[in-house]
Design a protein around this ligand. Structure first.
Ligand code: ADP
Ligand code: AMP
Length: 213
């Protein structure tokens, strides 16, 4: 199973990629997570990346491909993967093709702007394992603490209102055109992500079970 998850920030890509990775025994490859891991290392490169992410801009394509290349060299990727957050612009679609990164389907998660903003403002992420929660919609059992590993939950730097606004503009300008690209190619499948999390997950599972039975 090799999939690409597409959609605006806050649609739920990371959430459902985590569920699907567990359900189907595949790997969740999030370029956002790879970048945040680099920022945590506090290297010169990490500092550079951190500044770009905090502004809500896209990190240069070359940095993304270097990180992805390293990740794909790890043996667990052979089991199958979900690419979450890549490709994010048309040049990255060319990289996908030129580097022969395989995928069978592109799942496009759709959600209204209003939903996205509500979701992003309530998102909490585990500092230790990266698990994603929402203070109202998908809360942890104990406030501020990760159910999975006991790590501390935090609000991502790029969730501030003005940064979210900019990230949505970047999505509209640079990432949205990918929908038509993959639709024309015949690999795109839409999922309505505006519903409750359990419903979206059920729909996704039904779809993947049909595609890979
Ligand atoms: P993305 O990876 O697309 O940016 P996330 O997976 O981080 O999105 O989800 C954004 C926020 O929305 C998180 O706080 C998550 O818990 C919450 N969320 C995801 N799906 C739903 C849903 N269907 N209903 C309500 N909240 C959701
Ligand atoms: P995400 O975790 O997918 O919400 O991504 C968080 C941030 O990481 C984005 O706003 C970008 O700054 C950066 N990022 C993630 N994936 C990419 C990518 N494929 N290309 C460029 N920047 C990216």
């Amino acid at each position: 199973m090799k999939l690409i998850f597409l959609g605006p920030p806050g649609a739920g890509k990371g959430t459902y990629a985590t569920y699907a990775a567990k359900e189907y025994g595949i790997v969740h490859v999030s370029t956002g997570d790879l970048l945040r891991a680099e920022v945590k290392k506090e290297t010169e490169l990490g500092k550079e990346i951190g500044e770009i992410i905090q502004k809500g801009n896209l990190v240069p394509d070359r940095m993304i491909t270097d990180l992805l290349k390293k990740r794909f060299e790890e043996p667990d990727c052979k089991k199958g993967y979900i690419l979450d957050g890549f490709p994010r612009n048309i040049p990255q679609v060319h990289i996908l093709k030129d580097d022969n990164i395989e995928f069978e389907h592109v799942i496009n998660f759709t959600a209204t702007k209003e939903t996205i903003i509500k979701r992003l403002s309530g998102r909490r992420t585990c500092k230790k394992c990266g698990a994603i929660y929402h203070i109202i919609n998908i809360p942890p059992k104990k406030e501020g603490v990760c159910d999975k590993c006991g790590g501390e939950l935090y609000q991502r730097e790029d969730q501030k209102e003005e940064v979210v606004k900019h990230r949505l503009e970047v999505y509209e300008e640079q990432t949205k055109p990918l929908i038509e690209h993959f639709r024309k190619e015949g690999s795109l499948i839409d999922i309505d992500a505006d519903k409750k999390a359990e419903e979206v997950w059920e729909e996704l599972k039904k779809l993947l079970d049909q595609l890979y039975k």
